[in-house]
Design a protein around this ligand. Sequence first.
Ligand code: SPD
Length: 347
Amino acid sequence: MKPSKLHVVTLSLGLLAASPAMAAGELNLYNWSDYIPQGLLKRFEKESGIKVNLDVFDSNESLLAKLKAGAKGYDVVVPSDYMVKIMVDEGLLEKIDVSKMPNFKLVQAPLDKPDFDPQRAYSAPYMWGVTGFTYDASRVPGGKLDASWKSFFQPPAQLKGKMVALNDVSELYKAAAIYLKLDQCTEDPKQAKRIQELLEQQKPLLAMYNSDGTIERMQAQEVIMHQQWNGAAYRTRQKLKSAVFVYPKEGIPFWNDNLVVPKGAKNRDNALRFINWMMDPKNIAEASNFTGYNNAIKGSSNYFLADLKADPAINPTPAMRALFVPNKNCSPKANQLRDRVWTKLKK
Ligand code: SPD
């Protein structure tokens, strides 16, 4: 393929400025949408001489499907915790020994040895956060809702057609499991059926399932409630003062996303260089300031914007932390039950 004009210009500027430590060439990054600032990528290009091409996805499952279908063009992709384990088990990732990278010493516990990749042989931490839901207090009866998953699954009648759930099997299934006090990795078909029933009764109340554009949809007051990740909720609150993010009292889903290299990546050295660069406190802080999520790198909070530092999801109290429910590595049997629920729901 012929390189674009922009590519040629960026690459040649990078090479002109190159020091002996500089690389050249490209890095093809496949990330969640709206999850890294363009300015940060531009700075990496300037400092490294490596041109970054960004493509985006909206769920772990679409990322997995793409890699399983044989997509070969990506050098760094960004799966969540449970998906790293699935990808390792499926032989889809390069072993990159992140724990031996110079900046790895800055990774804070427990994300230096997560159970989905205890040696950090395949993955480096990117952002971490929680899942809840946001409502517009100016448009709900009485101006306040109970801080419960009940408000999301069985909301006041006025919200019918004015709410959106994430288009994300793991997020919805886990939220339903927490509300029903069931194991997110249940292998019991009867329990999976109860989750199915809860999701089916919620479905007619939803305007759609969609994980993209959540901030804009709330800001435009197209909807009154949206299941959201905390960074998107933080950014929503900056645009819509009446937005309230709920940390549900029954349990708060906790997740972390990771940088990994797909098997056979063409630009492996550039990928490793990018991953180490992203574990630098100043660089990862720039991503946190943009996305609204925290990260696991020591010293990065020194660079956080004051507003971000004050966000409860960034500095959770011990009481909030006690409610965190991390993603588990479920068995294939449990995953199969969960996927069946989703397929039936989306029919
Ligand atoms: N805008 C994309 C934000 C991605 C947040 N992490 C997703 C975790 C899914 N469990």
